[in-house]
Design a protein. Structure first.
Length: 187
């Protein structure tokens, strides 16, 4: 099996989500939807986020297509490092869901290829993967942490995953303020 095409093969100038699928296998629709590579979207103690006072948010600073295999690689790396260092005392959530189906029109090259392929005729392409289309200022990851020391460690981990992600991202920090629920007084 050949490797994936480079990310710049899919234009950044005009990103339109392509998600139409066909029940009756029509010519102009996608016949096969590739399987999802992201195994989990929530890790750690997501149900208990009010226990963690620090919140790190990974935000995209430009329009970008983020492939599902890149998101899964980042998820595995970050989750492994956080689980090893913090032993489960964190919450980690992936926000975007990859809906956009990427297509590839495979063509033959070499001697005699002109007699074998039809060129750009019927060049709709076969689906090869999925991607999430992230607009500028959209959130990619949310990470809740217990201490300042863990925030410093997690920032280092997030710096290490920059090579796995296309485009530019920034890490925002905020205190996780949970408002107490006020019960109405009984009369």
């Amino acid at each position: 099996m050949a490797g994936l095409r480079k990310a710049n093969a899919y234009s950044k100038r005009k990103i339109t989500p392509f998600t139409r699928t066909s029940k009756r296998r029509q010519k102009s629709f996608i016949k096969v939807v590739p399987p999802q590579k992201i195994v989990k979207f929530q890790m750690g103690q997501v149900s208990e986020t009010e226990k963690f006072p620090h919140l790190l948010t990974v935000v995209s600073t430009e329009l970008v297509q983020l492939r599902h295999n890149a998101m899964e690689a980042c998820r595995q790396y970050v989750n492994k490092k956080l689980d090893k260092e913090l032993s489960g005392l964190y919450a980690f959530k992936i926000i975007p869901y990859p809906h956009h189906i990427q297509r590839e029109h495979k063509m033959l090259t070499g001697a005699g290829a002109d007699r074998m392929s039809s060129g750009m005729q019927l060049s709709f392409g076969k689906s090869v993967g999925k991607a999430a289309v992230l607009k500028k200022e959209s959130v990619m990851f949310l990470i809740w942490l217990p201490t300042e020391k863990s925030v410093v460690f997690t920032r280092k981990v997030l710096k290490q995953i920059k090579s796995k992600l296309p485009g530019a991202f920034r890490v925002d920090y905020s205190k996780n303020v949970v408002k107490a629920k006020v019960k109405p007084k009984a009369k």
